[in-house]
Design a protein around this ligand. Structure first.
Ligand SMILES: [Zn+2]
Ligand SMILES: [Zn+2]
Length: 346
């Protein structure tokens, strides 16, 4: 099959690799219809994280159709359209039973094979899905695969951010960073009943899109005053930080009212938290962080896409064949204007 493979820092290739085959009775083989290119694919592309073995198919955002199911798979048959979270989960271990499938004892992240062990990615024509019954979710007929692909990471992570930050009925929520995940957090905060959602980003086009999801767009410099003006001078009840930088952490702290929760869903690489322990103490601030338990949000995410209450299709800036991946990675890496969310159609 054809796949997009990791070849080294700054290098991906579109090339032929061996077709995946089922290696266990609980696995399914999925023919890809849509595969997302994600900001976290760039962490290995840029060498900010140790990369997978050269030749590993990349990608962890997937929607497609089951073409083969192992003997122990009960919930899915060939021909069914499915999505998966970005990492598989068993549904049965301590963490899966405690709504933390991202830390499943048997799960694996798609697109990461190291030393020969791990799971190949989905920027490919086919992908092997272990733990298929617990990992896969059927896609409602009205949701096209190109939208369904947003459920397993982008929308799940945004929803996790809004929920972790404590977005609730009547609350004032601030979302820092209006990429696809941040805008998904805007939608989720509104679904959770937030009265006002501020969407904070220096890029005008991103703020404008966030406003189409019901947020109030604001520049980072103007955000503290705008949020206080809307909350009797207190600050935000819930802050979703979807950037992953020390400056974003510091801004989130600035925006928080005493007793607020700051949920960091951006991936951080700095060695220490940008806010001092004493500062957290002085605001009674709760700081939450961590990989999204995406499997726990998949049904909600798909139902929201099916509701058509938000223009999620507008999050996708580019729809491309797999062969365009080297160009897409480079453009995404250089933050070329207009490149926000890429969906490959294998
Ligand atoms: Zn992703
Ligand atoms: Zn598990």
């Amino acid at each position: 099959m054809q796949a997009v493979t990791f070849e080294g820092v700054g290098a991906v290739a579109y090339r032929t690799v061996a077709d995946p085959v089922l290696t266990g009775a609980d696995e399914a083989l999925v023919r890809m219809e849509a595969a997302g290119l994600c900001g976290s694919d760039l962490h290995v592309y840029r060498g900010r994280e140790p990369g997978p073995d050269p030749g590993t198919p990349l990608g962890h955002e997937l929607a497609g159709t089951v073409v083969e199911a192992g003997a122990a798979v009960r919930r899915f048959r060939p021909g069914e359209r499915v999505v998966a979270p970005f990492s598989t989960a068993c549904g049965d271990c301590f963490y899966c039973r405690h709504e933390l499938p991202a830390r499943c004892e048997r799960g694996a992240l798609f697109g990461f094979v190291s030393g020969g062990a791990g799971l190949a990615g989905c920027q490919a024509e086919l992908v092997r899905v272990p733990l298929a019954d617990a990992s896969l979710v059927a896609v409602p007929p009205s949701v096209p695969s190109e939208l369904a692909v947003l459920a397993g990471d982008v929308l799940a992570t945004g929803w996790f951010g809004a929920a972790s930050a404590g977005a609730a009925a009547g609350s004032t929520v601030a979302v820092i960073g209006c990429g696809a995940v941040g805008i998904s957090a805007v939608a989720a905060a509104r679904e959770l009943g937030a009265a006002t959602v501020f969407a904070i980003d220096p890029v005008a086009g991103r703020r404008a899109l966030a406003e189409r999801f019901g947020a109030r767009g604001v520049m980072p410099e103007a955000a503290p005053a705008a949020v206080r003006a809307a909350s009797d001078g207190r600050g935000a009840d819930a802050i979703v930080e979807a950037v992953g930088s020390p400056a974003a952490t510091a801004l989130g702290y600035d925006l928080a009212r005493p007793g607020a929760t700051l949920a960091a869903i951006g991936v951080h690489h700095e060695p220490a938290l940008a806010v001092a322990p004493g500062a957290l103490y002085d605001k009674n601030l709760t700081y939450r962080a961590g990989r999204c338990p995406a499997r726990a949000y998949l049904e909600r995410a798909l139902a929201l896409l099916a509701s058509e209450r938000y223009p999620f299709a507008e999050l996708v800036s580019h729809r491309l064949p797999l062969a365009a991946a080297p160009r897409a990675y480079a453009a995404f890496d250089r933050r070329e204007p207009g490149w926000s969310k890429v969906v490959f159609h294998p």
